[in-house]
Design a protein around this ligand. Structure first.
Ligand code: FE2
Ligand code: FE2
Length: 261
């Protein structure tokens, strides 16, 4: 039994998300071969130690506002190079969600640390989100045929997205009680609603990327997907080295696109 895949399945079921048995089997195996640090008890314990320091926690929220905004822009660039229009639409919606997440993190900083930001930092914090929404986003013009990514590269990105979204879900689960503890009594309901939204969205991001992996298997190679997922679980684990010098990475819901081999 592997805790992280069971946890992911629990949240997928909670929100009535459908994924294939093959996806679940591949995820279980990848997490068993390369257990993600964020699935382990010591990781949660370390996070809880760090968040006791208000400066660290405030900074972690600011880093998240930045990273979610950055992730949104990267995901937007990605969909433009995806030939499969069913996948492209889902990736575009993902970009819009991450843009909103950036704004939500900025709002959380303002709710939980209202006095600690000067005007300049407050303006900077707002600027991290590209402000994409269903009504307001860059033109959805397609790139030229020669810029369309090879199908295997698209799937490689989607596998990484899937594994990173699992990490984002775990971090949202760790963040939830911390938000409720830091909030003034009158703000607890509001930060809880925001946490509900984050957890729902991150679960839906796992679902859509798992859906794309399932669609790929209708015409693609199962062994390739399985091996790629195992390999990408290792690279995702290595993307976030946990060290005292790099403690920013512990609490960030970062989404990295195009990290290469
Ligand atoms: Fe997010
Ligand atoms: Fe996400």
């Amino acid at each position: 039994m592997n805790n992280i895949s069971d946890l992911v399945i629990h949240y997928l079921q909670r929100y009535n998300c459908h994924v294939t048995e093959e996806y679940i089997a591949v995820l279980r195996e990848a997490c068993e071969i390369h257990p993600p640090p964020h699935s382990q008890a010591w990781y949660g314990n370390m996070y809880r130690q760090y968040v006791r320091k208000p400066e660290w926690f405030a900074n972690s929220l600011i880093v998240n506002a930045f990273e979610e905004g950055n992730g949104s822009k990267q995901v937007w660039q990605f969909w433009q190079r995806v030939g499969n229009q069913d996948f492209a639409k889902r990736i575009r919606d993902h970009s819009i969600d991450e843009s909103r997440h950036s704004k939500m993190f900025a709002t959380l900083v303002n709710i939980l640390f209202p006095m600690s930001l000067d005007e300049e930092l407050r303006t900077q914090l707002k600027s991290f989100s590209p402000e994409y929404s269903q009504e307001n986003h860059p033109p959805t013009t397609l790139v030229s045929a020669k810029e369309v990514m090879d199908e295997s590269l698209v799937m490689d990105e989607l596998i990484q997205i899937n594994l990173l979204e699992i990490r984002a879900l775990i971090l949202q689960l760790l963040l939830r009680p911390v938000l409720q503890t830091y909030a003034q009594p009158e703000d607890v309901a509001k930060v809880t609603r925001m946490s509900d939204q984050f957890i729902f969205d991150e679960t839906k991001h796992i679902e859509y990327s798992a859906y794309c992996m399932g669609e790929y298997l209708k015409w693609g190679d199962f062994d390739w997907l399985r091996e790629k997922t195992i390999h990408r679980q290792l690279s995702v684990n290595e993307m976030f080295p946990v060290s005292v010098d790099n403690d920013d990475s512990i609490g960030t819901t970062i989404l990295k696109i195009g990290s290469g081999e």
